[in-house]
Write a protein that binds this ligand. Structure first.
Ligand SMILES: C[S@@+](CC[C@H](N)C(=O)[O-])C[C@H]1O[C@@H](n2cnc3c(N)ncnc32)[C@H](O)[C@@H]1O
Length: 433
């Protein structure tokens, strides 16, 4: 059989199309889609960056794009046309946000539609909708309320209730931009040649992004990639030199590395063996070491409770939508409720692992109250052996707006706007009495 004519599997638009189909067809995270896609690895650096940007921008602007598409189709696209819809979404994204010339965006989409079975019957529709879109997108986009339209209703409602509508809007606006890349230094000064700003919390924020392994200090293990907000929880124990610290849900090991670099004797508990190996590889590059336990943190117990326990629980990751825009469309209220039940179980286990007088730090990169303050309030009410150790602004780089009235930390993507924002983290510090 002759190979199908048209874009090769390593065409960046074809890769972007496949990834979008994985996200919306299989509910797979876009990053995982890129890792699994056979053509993605053979893209050169420029094409890879284009494909990544095309997927990310389509996901960041999905509400705007879908509104444009809905206005241009004569009748709703049927379910069996789901892949054609994804192809149209990518085309509209290029027309509206990449300033791609109309014929290039339309022709490449139509050509791709003709090469694939599920989209072949829709090639005419793809052509017609994108031609119409080319004539109107600029004017339509100029009038759209981007933060609101690109936020699913349930997230908008929960954030407005939790933070107030203007903050919810600021969070949603922050999600429209690509976030900066932050590094945590193992110690000492930044490597020569690293063009980065030192944030008040100590993290380094790169002024120019590039392939991470090419950055000064990578091979020498001088730093690791970690958002500035993600670097806060481990610092809230204070000095840990010589202390035994249990780090629960530890992979890929950003917080384990911080604790090891600060001189702690760390037990890292991770239930996914492959991710555990990744953690060990990351620590090895940094010249650090921890004891790895591959186990369910809810069931495992140490021989003795520890002075310090960190629980960075699995969560909905709605605080990291800037980095993973698929989260906004894949997560649901039911998923949040299910995660909260898992977090409750892990928290109860973490309490048992903390010795009287010891500190337990709980954190999640979620903006949903059910995964953060609601869990901690319920725990404090039900466990008289626990009290809060409130955090003060000077412990987190004077970021006063991130300290809640109760003394927890709640960073938001709209914090530090001039420096490029932060991931959304909730952090509570508790003492076992
Ligand atoms: C938010 S990530 C942790 C990030 C990590 N602490 C860091 O700083 O790099 C959550 C991790 O928890 C792990 N995990 C999920 N459920 C777990 C469980 N019951 N026991 C142990 N690890 C778990 C996941 O595999 C994932 O690696």
């Amino acid at each position: 059989m002759r190979p199908a004519k048209g874009p090769s599997p390593a065409d960046p638009r074809a890769v972007a199309f496949d990834i979008l189909n994985m996200v919306f067809g299989d509910g797979r995270a876009a990053d995982e889609g890129f890792d699994r896609h056979p053509g993605a690895a053979s893209l050169d650096g420029r094409d890879r960056a284009f494909a990544l940007n095309l997927v990310a921008t389509t996901l960041r602007r999905l509400g705007q794009i879908d509104t444009i598409v809905a206005a241009l189709v004569e009748r709703p696209i049927p379910r069996r046309g789901a892949q054609a819809r994804n192809l149209i979404r990518l085309g509209v994204c290029q027309l509206a946000f990449f300033r791609t010339r109309a014929h290039a965006a339309v022709d490449t989409a139509v050509e791709l539609a003709r090469t694939r079975g599920p989209t072949r019957p829709y090639a005419g529709l793809v052509n017609a909708v994108l031609r119409r879109a080319a004539g109107v997108v600029d004017a339509v986009v100029a009038d759209q309320d981007a933060p609101r339209m690109n936020t699913p209703d349930w997230l908008w409602r929960t954030w407005s209730a939790a933070y107030g509508e203007s903050t919810a809007r600021a969070v949603a606006a922050a999600h429209l931009s690509e976030p900066p890349l932050d590094l945590t230094l193992k110690g000492g000064d930044a490597p020569a040649g690293l063009d980065a700003l030192r944030l008040p919390t100590g993290s380094l924020r790169l002024r120019h992004k590039g392939p991470v392994p090419d950055l000064p200090g990578f091979a020498a293990g001088a730093w690791w990639v970690q958002d500035a907000a993600a670097a806060l929880p481990a610092t809230l124990f204070g000095p840990v030199q010589g202390s035994r610290v249990i780090d629960l849900c530890a992979a890929p090991g950003g917080k384990t590395a911080q604790l090891c670099a600060a001189g702690a004797d760390v037990v890292a508990v991770e239930h996914n063996a492959q991710r555990g190996r990744q953690l060990q590889g990351n620590l090895a590059r940094l010249g650090l070491a921890a004891e790895l336990v591959v186990a369910d943190a809810g069931a495992w117990r140490p021989a003795e409770p520890a002075d310090a326990v960190l629980l960075d629980a699995p969560c909905s990751a709605t605080g990291a939508i800037r980095r993973h825009p698929d989260v906004a469309w894949l997560k649901t209220p039911a998923a949040v409720a299910a995660l909260a039940a898992i977090q409750r179980r892990l928290l109860n286990a973490a309490v048992e692992m903390t010795r009287p007088g010891g500190t337990l730090i709980y954190c999640v990169c979620s903006l949903q109250p059910e995964e953060g303050p609601a869990l901690i309030e319920a725990l404090l009410e039900s466990a008289p052996s626990l009290e809060r150790r409130p955090v003060s602004a000077d412990e987190i780089g004077d970021l006063a707006e991130a300290i809640t009235p109760a003394g927890d930390v709640r960073t938001l993507p709209c914090h530090w706007p001039e420096q490029g924002g932060l991931d959304g983290f909730y952090i509570a510090r508790l003492r076992r009495i």
